[in-house]
Ligand binder design. Structure first.
Ligand SMILES: [Zn+2]
Ligand SMILES: [Zn+2]
Length: 292
């Protein structure tokens, strides 16, 4: 479409619908930009999002190095139950296929994962990191709505996850809920649930009191601290059901694992995870600089 055609089109659109704004940057939204369920994210924002692309960890969805050497580093034929996944790296296209162990990040190789799998929209970096910060600490709820839409797009074609019986957001502790006034994971979950048509259950699980802020804790300390914090308060809600757990960011994967354990103990049939962003591990990343 030429400039004239585009202008004409914009003119017609502005006549039939009110001016709308990008959910991520607040700029006016053009008719050619991304739109889902009547909500919009502008092209300029979409271009800056460091979307997760293969190769990625088959368990937690963390992006990994894209060449053969990295693939070998992340495969472990000794680990039971992880063989036989023939997911190839991007660089292998057109080459003769050969059997390969599952691609796993170093965190998933080190720690068992209780959830079936996790998928992430983007790398926790750049515009995504900034906007998630706005969502959590500046009340930018529209960001949660935008990222929820992108989560729905991320799950497109993943029939197993889309067949989940319910969406459960990772809960906040009562103290945090009091000071923040909302749970960012619930905002994400509601936006996602609306698009994919899966009900959001917020009263099934609770997070224990007296937990130190996770950002103040590192490594083992973080793991120990999270030991038995999550609790399913109404097991009847989750018993026998497949749960899609929603969180804003997956770093070590400990939170997702602990929630999954609580849900499975309460009788959930299975737990999968979807997050807005995933942290990458320096030890797993040798490719091009991903920082935007
Ligand atoms: Zn924008
Ligand atoms: Zn992983």
């Amino acid at each position: 479409m030429g400039t004239f055609g585009k202008d004409l089109w914009r003119g017609i659109v502005s006549l039939v619908m009110p001016q709308s704004y990008c959910l991520l940057c607040g700029e006016p939204f053009g008719p050619m930009d991304f739109s889902l369920e009547g909500r919009q994210i502008c092209h300029a924002c979409l271009e800056q999002i460091p979307f997760v692309v293969p190769p990625m960890c088959q368990k937690c969805g963390r992006p990994l190095r894209g060449n053969d050497e990295g693939t070998r580093l992340n495969s472990d034929p000794e680990k039971p139950g992880l063989r036989g996944n023939d997911q190839g790296a991007e660089g292998d296209r057109g080459k003769k296929p050969r059997p390969r162990a599952a691609l796993l990040c170093s965190e998933c190789r080190r720690h068992g994962r209780i959830f079936q799998k996790a998928r992430a929209v983007a790398v926790y970096d750049g515009i995504v990191k900034e906007r998630i910060h706005d969502l959590k600490y500046r009340g930018a709820l529209h960001v949660g709505e935008a990222l929820g839409l992108l989560m729905a797009r991320c799950l497109e074609g993943d029939l197993r996850l889309l067949a989940s019986d319910m969406i459960v957001p990772v809960p906040l502790s009562p103290e945090r809920m009091k000071t923040r006034g909302y749970n960012q994971s619930e905002i994400l979950a509601r936006s996602l649930g609306k698009v994919v048509g899966i009900g959001v259950v917020t009263d099934a699980m609770a997070r224990g009191d007296g937990v130190m802020s996770q950002s103040l804790l590192k490594g083992n300390q973080r793991r120990r601290n999270l030991g038995d914090v999550f609790e399913v308060v109404s097991p009847s809600h989750v018993a026998g059901r497949s749960v899609l757990l929603v969180d804003d960011v997956l770093t070590t994967g400990t939170t997702a694992n602990e929630c999954s354990m609580a849900l499975l103990k309460a009788g959930a049939r299975s737990v999968s995870v979807v997050v807005a962003a995933v942290g990458i591990l320096q030890s797993d990343w040798y490719g091009k600089n991903f920082v935007h």
